[in-house]
Every structure is written in structure tokens, then in C-alpha cells.
Design a protein around this ligand. Structure first.
Ligand SMILES: C[S@@+](CC[C@H](N)C(=O)[O-])C[C@H]1O[C@@H](n2cnc3c(N)ncnc32)[C@H](O)[C@@H]1O
Length: 487
């Protein structure tokens, strides 16, 4: 966000962004933006009346609950709509307080909506927030219309993930949503929800809202929806988790019993205009996709798993299977290297001194280390070779998806055909070849497909970086190896 921007309006800002498309907006786009702006103002006033505030001073009902510390703004490259700092913020400073009565939990839902008093089920409750007469309407009108969580992926987007582990995660998420929906249909009928709220589509929307927006509260395992507090976009926890200031909090806030409110704090210092981010927890990119519908190009918590031999897993009893992975920067995990060192040592050589070295995380011998690095490099190479497309091809596909999504480009059929097999297959699946315009649904599926390609590309880059890491180690080791005797 640019600190010289204009248009500041009661905690709601329009930001100038160089990445934003520069084309002139159509009348329809302008009026829908104005409407969004108006309903956002209405929402921020409503939130202020409920005592939500970004100011430490005693709450006084104002025109907006924001404007003292934060403002709503658009961050197209980091989560879209989010909250920006309207002044310099210090690390640890309280930036938002949401009183218990403003949190949407099963408890507050049933208190404010008598029709629901028999149903202790947040899924059902969410659908009933959508009517204009609902107490929660000013909040629910700003919930996203569509989500990109794995459970919402179609067959094409699921297969586009390519990597077995990821395809399987998507399959599991889709199957889980469907079976939960089937179980809930009876309850939804009892609630007499309108048929459109009983559909699988509505269920997916409600589940995704809960998965991607609820915060933990101690009294309700379902968690809570936290108006305004759920506008913070995500930042991964840093590596500085054990600084001199003590361990970094995994989530930057929580329910404070004394204040009887959900309190959110600045996790670091922020300059005026910067986006203020919240850490929702520690997630790999696949987990972010599953629970939140996005991923990070740079995520220090990302883990890349490669298929390993069963005999290696059984040997790794000291380390859980999920500790055998490659970090996003290509470095193999401590447990993976240690297990490989042992696995690649002949059984007859696995004496006490070798075991001691293995558990201490030390190299057994230069010769063994060379075998380990060669094995890992070859393994990553063969995983990459077995995947249907390469890093270069995926980069091209991503660029082509961006072109397809660009409304300014009116592409000719021949141009699109030249985009290659995957693009053509997508257009065929969604019957877009003959369509004059890309429908809303096709656009939404394109965003999910883009995420799949982005995820698999990040996965492949990590494997390629692991090969470089191993080769660098091998260079150093072969120097050592030539100069010394084997241990
Ligand atoms: C709690 S909401 C945050 C506010 C959200 N941007 C909004 O407009 O309502 C969480 C969702 O925001 C998006 N999001 C959050 N952090 C993001 C990030 N760093 N990059 C991309 N998308 C992000 C994801 O869609 C996620 O499911």
C-alpha cells in the first residue's frame, strides 16, 4: 500500500497499485465497486456499534470501527482484500479488539436467531445469516462468494496437481465434504432451509467459510467467526521463533478472558501503509490449499515429500514418517538425511558407534555421505522425470492461464491452440471453445487450475533445488574424499 494515497474514508481505503489493471472500468464495474464501498462502510459502522475497535481508547461508537490503527485495502499480490496500517505500529501492540458479543459462535447465533435454537450447528447457521433481515447481514454480505479450497476442486483441477500425495489430499477433501453434506441434509431439512441452502454447493461454501475464517475460542470447539478480525491476510511464522524476546506466538491473538474480547496484536513493527498480517498457524503449501485455498511462493514451513522405499520407512522408526521431507529451499530435513545415512550403510556395519553418529545427526563417513547425496539427487531427478510436465512447461502454462484470464486480450482460436495440450483440455472440459465469453464458473475453475499448476511448479522447483544442494555437497565431499582416506 502506498502511503501517499488519497481517498481515505473512515477506515476504508482504495489503494493505488501499480499491478492493478489500468483499463477503464465499465459503468457496471464502477457501480458494483461503489455498492461494495457503501456496504463496507455500513459494515464498519455496524461493527463499531458492536464495540469492535482498532483503538486502545475506551470504545466510543464512531462512524467506523477502523481508522486509528488499520484500514481495509486491496493487496492484489498478497491475499486481496486485507488490512493496512494507517500509522506506524509497534510489535506486540494491540491492533484490534472484538468483544465476545460480536463473535459469531453457535452460542451467539442461537441467541440472536430463535428459529435456530434447536440446531447447534454452525453450518446451518451460516446459511441463515444471508437474509437481509438477519442481524449478521452487514457481516455476511462481505463474505467471499467463492473459495478455492481443495474440496471445491473439480476432476481437472485435482489431476492438474500431478503429484500423487496432492491428488490424494484433494480426493480426500472432496470425499469428506460430500459425506458431511449427506449427513447434514436431514438437519437442514429440519431447519426448513430454503432448497438452495441445502445444496452441496451451499454446503461447500459454508464449510470453506468456516475452514478459512474461524478463530479458536476456548468454549466452543467449532471456533468463531470474528467480524473485521477475519480481514487479516496470512503471513507464515518466521524462522525467528526463539528470539531473545521469547518464543514467537504461533497465532497473533486470542480470546482474552479479562477483556472479554478477542484481541489481535501486531506480530512485528509495521510502516504506515504496509499490510498488517496475521499468522493463522504453521502450514505447508498443500495444507494452506486444503484449509485456506491459497499458497505462498515463499513458505519456510513448506515440506516436499518424495516417495521412499518401505524398508527405509521401517528403519526410520526413530523419526516419524512426516519428518522425512525436503525443505522448500531444497535442503533435506535432518531426519531424512539421518535415515538415509543409516539405510545406505550395509547392515553389517551398523554398529554402536555408527548408530551414535546417526542419532547425533553427524556424517558417518565421507564415502557414506557421497552415497547419500548421490542417492537423493538421483531420486529427486527420477521423481521429476516421472511427472507429466517439466518446470519450464509449467511456467509456460501459468503464463498462458494469465493470458486466458486477462479480459483485455481477445485471443484467436489459433493462438489458444498454440498454448498446448493442457490449455486445450481445460477449454474442452468446460466447453469454452465455442463460447463467446468465459462464464463465471469457468473463470472460477481457472483460478483453481492456476493454483494446482502453481503448487506443482513450486514442488518441482524444490526438487530441482535439492538436486543442486546435493551436487554442491558432492563437490565439496569429493574434494575431501580425494584428500583423505575413507573413515
Ligand atoms: C481470513 S481471510 C482473510 C481476508 C480475505 N482476503 C477477505 O477478503 O475476506 C483468509 C483468506 O484470505 C486469502 N488469503 C489470506 N492470506 C493470503 C495470502 N498471503 N496470499 C493469498 N491469499 C491469502 C485466502 O483466500 C484465505 O482463505
Amino acid at each position: 500500500m502506498d502511503s501517499n494515497q488519497t481517498g481515505f474514508n473512515q477506515g476504508l481505503r482504495r489503494v493505488k497499485n501499480p499491478e492493478r489493471r489500468k483499463e477503464k472500468k465499465t459503468d457496471m464495474e464502477v457501480s458494483s465497486m461503489d455498492l461494495e464501498h457503501q456496504t463496507m462502510e455500513m459494515f464498519l459502522r455496524w461493527a463499531s456499534e458492536l464495540g469492535i475497535s482498532d483503538s486502545v481508547d475506551s470504545p466510543r461508537i464512531r462512524d467506523s470501527c477502523l481508522g486509528r490503527s488499520l484500514s481495509v485495502a486491496d493487496f492484489p499480490l498478497a491475499g486481496g482484500r486485507g488490512l493496512g496500517a494507517v500509522r506506524e505500529l509497534r510489535k506486540g501492540e494491540l491492533v484490534l479488539k472484538v468483544p465476545r458479543s460480536a463473535l459469531m459462535t453457535t452460542e451467539t447465533m442461537t441467541a440472536k436467531d430463535r428459529k435456530l435454537s434447536g440446531a447447534i450447528n454452525l453450518h446451518g447457521s451460516l446459511s441463515s445469516t444471508q437474509g437481509k433481515s438477519s442481524f449478521w447481514y452487514p457481516y455476511s454480505v462481505h463474505l467471499p462468494r467463492d473459495y478455492d479450497l481443495l474440496a471445491t476442486f473439480g476432476e481437472f483441477e485435482k489431476q492438474a496437481l500431478q503429484v500423487e500425495e496432492a491428488v490424494w489430499a484433494a480426493e480426500k477433501a472432496i470425499a469428506k465434504s460430500q459425506s458431511e453434506w449427506k449427513e447434514a441434509v436431514t438437519l437442514m431439512k429440519e431447519l426448513d432451509l430454503k432448497p438452495k441452502f441445502q445444496s452441496l454447493q451451499a454446503w461447500l461454501w459454508a464449510s470453506a467459510t468456516i475452514s478459512s475464517r474461524t478463530l479458536h475460542v476456548p468454549w466452543d470447539t467449532a471456533g468463531c467467526l470474528c467480524p473485521v478480525g477475519d480481514l487479516f491476510n496470512y503471513d507464515a511464522p518466521g524462522d525467528d521463533s526463539n528470539t531473545s524476546e521469547g518464543p514467537e506466538r504461533l497465532t497473533d491473538g486470542g480470546f482474552d478472558e479479562d477483556a472479554n474480547a478477542y484481541c489481535l496484536y501486531a506480530r512485528r513493527s509495521y510502516q504506515l501503509g504496509e499490510q498488517v498480517l496475521l499468522c493463522y498457524g504453521t502450514y505447508t503449501n498443500l495444507e494452506l490449499l486444503e484449509h485456506y485455498g491459497f499458497m505462498l511462493e515463499e513458505n519456510s514451513n513448506d515440506k516436499v515429500f518424495i516417495p521412499l522405499e518401505n524398508s527405509l520407512y521401517s528403519l526410520a522408526s526413530s523419526w516419524p514418517e512426516d519428518s522425512l521431507y525436503i525443505h522448500q529451499d531444497g535442503k533435506p530435513s535432518f531426519a531424512l538425511v539421518s535415515t538415509l545415512r543409516l539405510w545406505l550403510t550395509p547392515q553389517s556395519h551398523r554398529d554402536k558407534s555408527v548408530m551414535r553418529l546417526v542419532y547425533a545427526g553427524s556424517q558417518i563417513s565421507v564415502k557414506n555421505e557421497i552415497i547419500v547425496m548421490k542417492w537423493l539427487s538421483e531420486k529427486c531427478g527420477s521423481v521429476l522425470m516421472d511427472l507429466p510436465t517439466s518446470v519450464v512447461e509449467d511456467t509456460v502454462v501459468l503464463g498462458n492461464i494469465d493470458k486466458l484470464q486477462d479480459p483485455k486480450l481477445r485471443l484467436e482460436q489459433e493462438e489458444i491452440e498454440a498454448f498446448g495440450n493442457e490449455v486445450c483440455a481445460f477449454l474442452k472440459v468446460y466447453r469454452l471453445w465455442d463460447a463467446n465469453e468465459v462464464s463465471g464458473k469457468a473463470n472460477r475453475m481457472m483460478s483453481k487450475w492456476r493454483l494446482s499448476v502453481q503448487w506443482r511448479l513450486r514442488y518441482k522447483r524444490t526438487l530441482a533445488d535439492c538436486i543442486s544442494y546435493c551436487n554442491e555437497k558432492l563437490n565439496i565431499l569429493s574434494g575431501t574424499h580425494n584428500g583423505t582416506r575413507d573413515l
